[in-house]
Design a protein around this ligand. Structure first.
Ligand code: ADP
Ligand code: MG
Length: 703
């Protein structure tokens, strides 16, 4: 271990206790190594030095001059103060102006001295003006590191308030670099570096902070991104290998009488091609002798539940029990109803266990379960409690998987001495690259086809100024006997305002659709789960025309009679969330509509999102676009990050190719050395260890 690299930043010249504390609390920078691993988020090209006379008055980019201070003048009174500095470089004069931080700037400046000056030029009656330029003395030790391209480091408000700027960070990194020398410990084995002709870590870190040209910067970025993504892939895939070595899977050999009777007598419609393919993939796993760990992705309404049911029949037929865990009571109830209907006459005992199951009922179920009488158990979190003991659990399905943590999944594993097969289902479309990172240890099946006869939801975009048209539209649908959702955003940090909006919305709606003629229900996140479930149940049973809700509307709830989804302030939602919400309608035979309400003023990006929603109903296409627009690291805006580790430099939206390369590399390495125990791979073991986390799957998209 390199001692300087691990040293507290406070020992660096110019840092000290106070700044070190700020760096730690604001940027999580504790050691010199952390500091060197804090990368610029963009760069400014300062390679060219302009002569004042040569500057084009029409230029709109920042420019840099090297000029001597002729005079410094503080002008004006009190809050109208400004600092005026005249500089000259022999070819001409320029005026520098500051309105803020005047005292501080004044201390930095000395008449007669020469400075590098960087800023955006403007011209007043032919003379060059720079407002709030960056200045740097051309003297001093930092000259050595004064590069052509300057990194800009992101900082926080609190840091700015304490005079820690991007430039401070840059200067501190210069100091750190001198302290570390060439002793940065390499984190990748030589053979990996050579395989791709990559930069060493030392070179990469040098070039990420002090790039001398674009080619070097790109090589540095490649090396650092690759390393990050390789670490994640090694972690995920070696865990998977370890599990494969540790656990054998049950073999479900028979597909016999029960399955066939269901297929011939009970199945109400032909399976889609995609459903058939996924069943085949599951069946293949059932026969492999390895434990299945499979993710089933499929858009809302694509028929995942049926696949779940049919694959459970195979488990049952082979003498095992199966269970299905749903995130809410209402979903669990919905599944029970669905299973009971479809399985009627087949003699398979299906039961429901949730938090509100009565004690007597629970005892009855637990007894039957232990005796193996219950073949299929459906439930909520209640399933993972210790008192729930199966006689021979062989197959576990988790619905809407993003709602559960990996820990909950693991607890279901432990319900048998041998691990059961696992299928996790999600309607949240996850872009390929993200799936590879978040769910890299799962095999992935996709239902990419909707059952025939579905009418795609039509999406309309209205500005708030056209609210009356929207109201007229829903009135029409209600007259036809249909039901309507109206959803309000709920964004962390502005919940209070959001609830106010919801309240106002309720008043507005009940004015237009007054009781008792119309019934409007409200469901939001501050209500207790039981209250929410009750509201949803009423709506599902057709006892209300309109459901007003925050974005907590339960995923997967099926109300075929609801044909309109109005999304208020739609610009505040991410694409994936908009798509999820739209999926609440279009579940019946009638034409359904999604209405996006936004203000007229929209950012370019929001406009793109609205256009995409209007144009396509393909969830995966939208998810890819969403990630490109926002970058995967940046999905927290609307509570959908959930990534347990932070990517410092790789961007899953943009670095798909590097990710694929990293994954391929990881697979090759692990084929030869599954647990990274070879001495050659010692560094890789450490790298993979950095990404260990049990929150890896907590991809909560919906609040
Ligand atoms: P999700 O994938 O969102 O969980 P569901 O399993 O709830 O979707 O299915 C939505 C609806 O589509 C259900 O009413 C289901 O019975 C129906 N369905 C499923 N598969 C088919 C099929 N192959 N043909 C016609 N309808 C189907
Ligand atoms: Mg479902």
């Amino acid at each position: 271990m390199n001692t300087v690299f691990d040293k507290d930043v406070k020992y660096l010249p110019g840092v000290g206790e106070k700044r070190a504390l700020l760096l730690k609390t604001e940027l999580n920078i504790k050691t010199v190594g952390d500091l060197l691993n804090y990368y610029p988020y963009r760069y400014l090209d300062k390679s060219q030095i302009y002569r004042i006379r040569d500057i084009d008055p029409n230029t709109s980019t920042h420019i840099q001059i090297r000029a001597r201070v002729e005079s410094i003048q503080a002008l004006g009174e009190r809050n109208k103060k400004r600092l005026r500095v005249i500089v000259s470089d022999g070819s001409g004069r320029a005026e520098l102006v500051w309105f803020k931080g005047i005292n501080w700037i004044q201390k930095q400046l000395e008449a007669g001295r020469e400075y590098m000056i960087f800023g955006k030029p403007s011209f007043f009656s032919g003379s060059l003006n720079l407002v709030h330029p960056e200045i740097e003395s051309t003297l001093g030790a930092k000259e050595k590191f004064f590069p052509g391209v300057i990194g800009i480091y992101s900082i926080t408000e609190k840091l700015t308030a304490n005079h820690i700027t991007s430039k401070t960070i840059f200067n501190t990194i210069c100091t750190a670099w001198q302290a570390v020398g060439d002793e940065i410990p390499e984190t990748l084995p030589r053979y990996v570096i050579e395989q791709y002709g990559m930069m060493s870590l030392t070179e990469a870190l040098f070039n990420i902070h002090f790039p001398s040209n674009n080619a070097n910067l790109n090589s540095a970025r490649f090396r650092l991104k690759f390393e990050e993504l390789l670490g994640i892939q090694l972690n995920i895939l070696s865990t998977k290998k370890k599990n494969e070595i540790t656990y054998k899977g049950f073999i479900f050999k028979t597909v016999g009488d029960l399955f066939n009777r269901f297929y011939e007598k009970n199945l109400p419609f032909p399976l889609t091609g995609a459903q058939k393919r996924v069943l085949k993939e599951i069946r293949h796993d059932f026969l492999s002798g390895k434990q299945m760990n499979r993710l089933l992705q499929g858009d809302v309404g694509s028929g995942k539940t049926l696949v779940a049911l049919m694959s459970m029949l195979i488990a049952v037929e082979n003498g095992y029990q199966a269970c299905l865990m749903a995130p809410t009571e209402i979903l669990a109830n919905q599944h029970l109803e669905y299973f009971t209907n479809l399985l009627s006459g087949l003699g398979v005992d299906v039961e429901l266990l949730t938090g509100s199951t009565t004690k007597a009922e629970r005892n009855r179920i637990l007894n039957l379960l232990r005796e193996g009488e219950i073949k299929i158990l459906i439930g909520t979190h209640a399933l993972i409690e210790d008192r729930v003991v199966f006689s021979n659990l062989g197959y576990v399905i988790i619905d809407e998987q993003h709602r559960f943590g990996v820990e909950q999944r693991a607890r279901l594993w432990m319900k048998n001495t041998e691990v059961p097969h696992i299928l996790v289902m999600t309607a949240t479309p996850i872009p390929r690259t993200l799936a590879m990172t978040l769910y890299g240890d799962l095999d992935v099946s996709v239902i990419d086809e909707l059952p025939p006869g579905r009418k795609p939801v039509r999406t309309l975009h209205f500005y708030d100024s056209h609210r009356l048209r929207m109201l007229g539209f829903i009135e029409n649908e209600i007259k036809k006997g249909r039901q309507v959702y109206i959803v309000y955003p709920l964004i962390k940090g502005s919940e209070k305002m959001d609830y106010l909006n919801l309240e106002e919305g309720y008043e507005g709606i009940t004015r237009v659709f007054p009781p008792p003629e119309y019934t409007t229900l409200v469901v939001h996140g501050k209500m207790k789960q039981a209250e929410k479930d009750y509201g949803m149940k009423m709506f599902k049973e057709g006892k209300a025309n309109i459901l007003l809700a925050t974005s907590v509307i339960e995923v997967g709830v099926n109300v075929p009679n609801a044909t309109v989804m109005v999304i208020e302030s739609a610009e505040r939602f991410g694409l994936s969330q908009l798509h999820q919400l739209r999926g609440r309608v279009g579940r019946g035979a009638d034409q359904s509509y999604c209405i996006l309400m936004t203000s007229v003023k929209l950012s370019k990006e929001s406009r793109k999102r609205m256009e995409a929603m209007v144009e396509t109903t393909d969830g995966f296409e939208l998810a890819e676009l969403d990630m490109q627009l926002r970058g995967a690291g940046d999905l927290h805006g609307t509570q959908q990050s959930g990534m347990a580790f932070e990517l410092k430099i790789a961007n899953l939206g943009k670095d798909g190719q590097i990710l694929a390369l990293a994954r391929e590399t990881a697979i090759l390495i692990l084929d030869k050395d599954p647990l990274l125990t070879n001495e050659d791979n010692r560094k890789l073991r450490i790298l993979a260890g950095k990404f260990t986390t049990d929150k890896l799957y907590d991809f909560s998209m919906i609040s």
